[in-house]
Design a protein around this ligand. Structure first.
Ligand code: AHN
Ligand code: ZN
Length: 330
């Protein structure tokens, strides 16, 4: 008896609800998924933004080039976004020196609750410790790919965010002092010496209690023929973000760049954002198993990480994928 009653109820509910469906569809349009027009990404513009950073000279914390570039980044971002914050901080490097850093944060539609966080580091490594020439291993680097490439893409995205607001709020965070880790010949292998700006920001976000739906970090995204495998901590902390981004790339025809392969743990800024700020975050980083330089891009931490390594097509691929992800978010 109980079962009959349930099945009658279920059937009448079904009839009722299907009637309602029919009635509704006559008046209101059926709810369709909004098709968004994703603005085009200009690789020329992104390239120019990379070059403008490199033209300051190595942006090593404590140098005039670093100071000048910070001013330029704040000025550029202020032209594109509602709020720009230069977050000054002090930190201690592996050599026990206290150094000044500045994270730069640009917020788009800060009133929106749902937010996407986009990150890169803007400092240049003070030493080319992996240079083939031993004489150059204490020379600061241009850091065109290891730093400026990601920032260039984010600046170009910022330009579009101003022209056509995405549905969600966006924060661009440029970390300082990512790359003051110990020179490799000192054989000091502690993660805590890297990502000093992201460690600070993750423990002291620019807005108290800051949260974002997820974060995406760009690191070494501008060299020729890059491959971006799925990094260990990205998979561990933010599997769905990896899937979202790699699926977007596949859809755009970039499956051979955003490869469906896993790679090991990379000590990078996203780790601290995951650990301390609790924002599920991934790292898009050029890893090449064939590389003779520790599986990183060939000119990693050498004096030849300069503009010659920057490839417009690579900037375009990463830019398009990220634009597609952000503008399809709601
Ligand atoms: C390692 O040295 C293993 N990771 C440092 C992360 C990094 C440096 N990314 C860019 N530069
Ligand atoms: Zn580096």
């Amino acid at each position: 008896m109980k079962y009959i009653l349930i099945s009658i109820l279920a059937t009448s509910f079904f009839i009722f609800s299907s009637c309602e469906q029919k009635g509704k569809s006559k008046k209101a349009k059926p709810k369709e998924k909004k098709t968004v027009v994703v603005p085009g990404f200009s690789a020329d513009s992104a390239y120019a933004f990379v070059k403008q950073q490199v033209d300051f000279g190595p942006r090593v914390p404590g140098t005039p080039a670093h100071e000048a570039c910070a001013g330029w980044l704040v000025k550029k971002l202020s032209a594109y976004s509602d709020t720009v914050i230069g977050q000054a901080f002090r930190t201690r490097t592996y050599d026990e020196e206290v150094r000044n850093g500045k994270n730069i944060i640009a917020s788009f539609a800060p009133e929106k609750k749902k937010r996407v966080l986009l990150m890169s580091h803007w400092d240049a490594r003070p030493f080319a410790d992996h240079d083939p020439d031993p004489e150059k291993r204490r020379t600061p680097i241009d850091a065109a790919n290891d730093g400026a490439s990601g920032v260039g893409i984010l600046l170009e995205m910022a330009r579009h965010f101003q022209q056509q607001q995405p549905e969600v709020g966006v924060d661009i965070v440029l970390f300082d002092l990512e790359d003051w880790g110990p020179p490799s010949d000192l054989e000091i292998y502690d993660d805590k010496y890297w990502g000093l700006g992201s460690q600070y920001w993750s423990k002291n976000p620019h807005v108290y209690g800051y949260q974002a739906a997820y974060g995406i970090l760009l690191d070494m995204v501008g060299a020729k023929n890059p491959t971006f495998p799925k990094e260990y901590f990205s998979r561990k902390y933010a599997r769905y973000v990896v899937d979202l981004v790699w699926y977007s790339a596949l859809n755009l025809g970039y499956g051979s760049v955003f490869v469906n392969q896993n790679t090991g743990a990379i000590n990078d800024d996203h780790i601290f954002v995951n650990r301390y700020a609790n924002i599920p975050s991934i790292d898009i980083i050029h890893i090449d198993p064939e590389s003779s330089n520790h599986s990183f891009f060939e000119h990693w931490h050498t004096t030849s990480d300069n503009m010659e390594q920057i490839n417009k097509q690579s900037l375009e691929i990463v830019g398009k994928v990220l634009m597609n992800v952000v503008y399809n978010e709601n």
